[in-house]
Design a protein around this ligand. Structure first.
Ligand SMILES: CC(C)(COP(=O)(O)OP(=O)(O)OC[C@H]1O[C@@H](n2cnc3c(N)ncnc32)[C@H](O)[C@@H]1OP(=O)(O)O)[C@@H](O)C(=O)NCCC(=O)NCCS
Ligand SMILES: [Zn+2]
Length: 176
């Protein structure tokens, strides 16, 4: 670690580099052999699998200084990146998305999307808990944890159970 910001309760494996200017939230797991370069931001609860690769220069040349051309990579809350995946700089990985092992991500990934392959393509949606969501229907439930999602027009959002209103409080006013 050389000047980057690391949140609380993180789990960092062997041979991990956190460059100055990298930002890492709370409860992040970084497995062995990962370099988190300047320009990379990992929000809370992100998982980086072993030997996955971030990048920060899109067109590197050893003989051309490109320090001012770093492109940002944002990995939003709860996203998981599989072993050996590569994230080409300048993309945003959505909340709770899942990047399969060995994928090469070249475009933004929507929240909850499951992407695999080279270049990475979406093959489904993943629940908050890491289980695949049913591929049919717009209103679906996780077969494992029962969380409810609406999937339409290329996006997936969780439908939260309504919060019960606070119980009424009765105030007895003193009569003078
Ligand atoms: C992406 C992942 C979660 C999918 O798991 P799953 O839901 O059980 O998916 P399945 O094994 O049923 O595969 C579904 C399809 O996607 C393909 N697929 C799965 N993972 C893939 C990957 N990483 N790259 C390319 N294709 C993949 C399968 O071959 C299968 O294709 P088919 O339908 O043509 O046969 C899993 O394969 C993966 O990559 N996990 C990451 C593991 C990891 O890196 N852990 C790090 C900590 S140890
Ligand atoms: Zn679930």
């Amino acid at each position: 670690m050389s000047g980057g910001r690391l949140g609380e309760n993180c789990n960092v494996g062997q041979n991990v580099l956190i460059s100055s200017g990298a930002k890492i939230g709370n409860n992040v797991k970084i497995q062995n052999n990962v370099s988190v370069y300047t320009g990379v931001e990992l929000e809370d609860d992100v998982f980086c699998g072993p030997s996955m690769v971030f990048t920060n220069v899109i067109n590197p040349r050893s003989h051309v200084l490109r320090k001012k051309e770093y492109r940002r990579t944002l990995v939003k809350k709860g996203a998981s990146i599989g072993a050996n995946a590569t994230i080409v700089c300048g993309v945003t990985l959505g909340s709770y998305c899942f990047v399969g092992a060995g994928a090469v991500v070249t475009r933004d990934v929507p929240d909850y999307a499951l992407v695999v392959g080279v270049p990475a393509k979406q093959i489904g949606w993943m629940c908050y808990c890491g289980i695949g969501l049913p591929s049919k229907g717009t209103s679906v439930r996780c077969p494992d944890c029962g969380r409810h999602y609406v999937i339409e027009q290329g996006s997936c959002r969780e439908v939260l159970a309504p919060v019960a209103p606070p119980a009424p409080t009765f105030v007895t006013e003193a009569v003078a």
